[in-house]
Design a protein around this ligand. Structure first.
Ligand code: F7E
Length: 328
């Protein structure tokens, strides 16, 4: 039997790299779209997929160019497409609203249009986000909660979500969106607060840094473990009917709690090291997110496997190891 073919945008991101490993383990033929510059600097720009690179087929293209995406989709003729690529740092979206909106909205639109024209049977996954709920009017948030995004990033994800729904309803594409709450791992980029904290803890234990500057400590997030979450993408795509699902843990914790626990795991008190920096506050903050994953539990059989405590622990331990600190 022919191997199933999956095409992933954002394959070198945190989620893309875990998803590629997940699909390879299921014997998929895995294709990824990367930028030309990534192939010129693989040590940095393909760092998360270096260990599996020989098992992947990489294609150069740009989300901004419909013709480049069309060419790749026609060549690969995938059974499943996972559109994960985006400007995903909410903080940056305040500094550059225009490129966030252009990349995220047009990138999703171009991917959908390329699939519709070149591989209409291909199943499509869009990486939606809890940032779409923003200033949420109810807790916990479900698939029915009204969107109230608080950043250009959140707005771009609402637009991508609506485009995906419209391609499903208008053109009959098997297109689904995951409303993913925050999901973290040792592969998270250091600009996001969880990894900023755990890598900061390791640098402090290693004596390379004394202080960790953070912004709003009172923001609450529903933090899950990225490898648990990528499985939900696959479950959605392999469901008979396309649909949208909240993927979350159902728990919420503050940035302060995350920091307190991370420092404690390393035997430190966060109050001795964390400094608050007003410059790191966002112009519009999302105060509290907590997702209700009941629909995914019932219809996909999905549930999170990793607790908040285990997540913080595994991230701290990974950063300590990377800093050369062996613990007994
Ligand atoms: O911020 C606060 C910050 O940048 C979390 C992305 O994957 O999840 C992520 O978006 C919270 C915010 O992630 C610092 O103000 C305090 O309230 O880690 P973050 P995010 O904005 O929640 C969603 C689901 C996505 O879709 C996004 O792509 O932490 N915070 N102090 C800080 N945040 C950062 N980055 N740095 C600080 O120093």
């Amino acid at each position: 039997m022919n191997r199933r073919k999956a095409l992933i945008t954002g394959i070198n991101g945190q989620d893309g790299s875990y998803l590629a490993e997940f699909l390879l383990a299921k014997d998929y033929e895995v294709h990824g779209i990367v930028r030309r510059v990534a192939l010129e600097d693989p040590e940095h720009r393909l760092d998360r997929i270096l260990p599996i690179r020989s098992k992947l087929a990489l294609h150069t293209g740009s989300l901004e160019s419909l013709s480049s995406l069309y060419r790749i989709v026609r060549l690969v003729n995938p059974d499943e497409c996972y559109h994960l690529a985006a400007q995903s740092f909410v903080g940056h979206s305040f500094e550059d609203e225009f490129s966030t909106l252009n990349t995220n909205i047009n990138g999703t639109h171009n991917m959908l249009a390329a699939i519709r024209d070149a591989a209409p049977e291909c199943r499509f996954y869009f990486a939606g986000s809890s940032e779409m709920f923003g200033r949420a009017e109810e807790v916990p948030q479900t698939e029915r909660t009204r969107f109230h995004p608080r950043s250009a990033y959140g707005i771009s994800k609402v637009a991508g979500f609506e485009l995906t729904r419209n391609y499903r309803e208008g053109y009959g594409l098997h297109a689904s969106s995951g409303l993913f709450f925050n999901h973290e791992s040792p592969r998270r980029a250091r600009e996001f607060v969880t990894r900023k904290i755990t890598s900061g803890v390791a640098a402090i234990v290693a004596g390379k840094q004394k202080e960790l500057r953070l912004g709003n400590l009172e923001a609450y997030r529903d933090w899950g473990y990225a490898p648990d979450f990528v499985e939900a993408m696959w479950l959605m795509v392999n469901r008979k009917e396309p649909d949208d699902f909240v993927i979350a843990t159902g728990e919420t914790h503050s940035v302060r709690e995350f920091a307190e626990m991370a420092f404690k795991i390393a035997g430190l008190n966060y109050l001795d090291h964390v400094a608050m920096d007003r410059a790191l506050y966002r112009p519009a903050e999302v105060d509290q997110l907590r997702g209700d994953y009941e629909k995914a539990r019932r219809q996909l059989g999905w549930r999170p496997k990793t607790s908040f405590e285990s997540l913080v622990q595994l991230m701290v331990e990974s950063d300590l190891r990377a800093a050369g600190i062996e613990r007994t």
